[in-house]
Design a protein around this ligand. Sequence first.
Ligand code: C2E
Ligand code: CA
Ligand code: CA
Ligand code: CA
Length: 277
Amino acid sequence: LLPLGAFIAAFIIGLVVWLSRRRLSPLGELQIAVRKREFIVHYQPIVELRTGICIGAEALVRWKRPDGSLVRPDHFIPLAEESGLITAITDQVIALVVSDLNSLLVADRSLHIAINLSATDVGTERVLPVIAKALQHTGIQPRQIWLEATERGFVDIEAARSTLARARELGYAVAIDDFGTGYSSLSYLEGLPLDALKIDKSFIDTISTNSATSSVTPHIIDMAKTLKLKIVAEGVETRAQADYLKERDVDYGQGWLFAGPMPAAEFIAYCRRAKVP
Ligand code: C2E
Ligand code: CA
Ligand code: CA
Ligand code: CA
């Protein structure tokens, strides 16, 4: 009897240890994060290159784990997209942008906030009433909201086109993200209802003082100009890059040279400071 009791006790202890150490799968963890709304948004200023004035920010999501650590989007957005959790995350980001920045956006109508949409979001018009509802009872104007979509992800081009067209009818501005990294040809882009292009960081990276600038980058800029769209250069890290872009009449810049992504309170303080002419 004694050996059997010892065996059962050992089994129970083993089971308890196993249960306590058992890790949830990454998807299980992300599902809980969505349910518990464990996301926050950081804001990275976008500046007008000609004047250096802050004209708004891009909303960049972070997963704030219960231990306080922040997980970068590259570590969970792909899984969120694969699993369909992305639509719930997009909705949370929209709600956060409104609650974080309502007062700022009402106090300064010239500011805009760019929100990232994934291919799933652009595939249907589902997100548009979500934004409209979030803006209801706030003083934020639709034109203060920029929607960023990457063409790489467009699964159904016609569906994407109709969502973006509807978004513009509702007054939101639409930008193509990571411009230059997809398959966009001029004729393809001409057919899309757009306000702005964000030139991908990989093209900005090639701009340097020692004239090693890739031959592609000026063409990317020219292409955006031909389409008569506003241009945002992303990942601007050096003064030389900013000068190059300014010389070529690129409208806006975003990058560590100006400021990195920061919590809402810091961004509000940054805007107040940066706005004084
Ligand atoms: P993205 O849309 O291309 O966003 C720009 C990324 O470049 C951000 O990384 C930003 O922190 C980083 N960055 C900005 N300036 C510089 C710079 O000067 N140098 C360098 N090296 N990096 C710079 P982050 O915040 O880690 O976001 C990564 C990607 O995750 C974003 O790329 C976007 O595709 C995605 N993402 C972020 N937030 C959301 C969201 O709310 N929804 C969706 N669907 N995707 C999001
Ligand atoms: Ca973006
Ligand atoms: Ca981008
Ligand atoms: Ca990029």
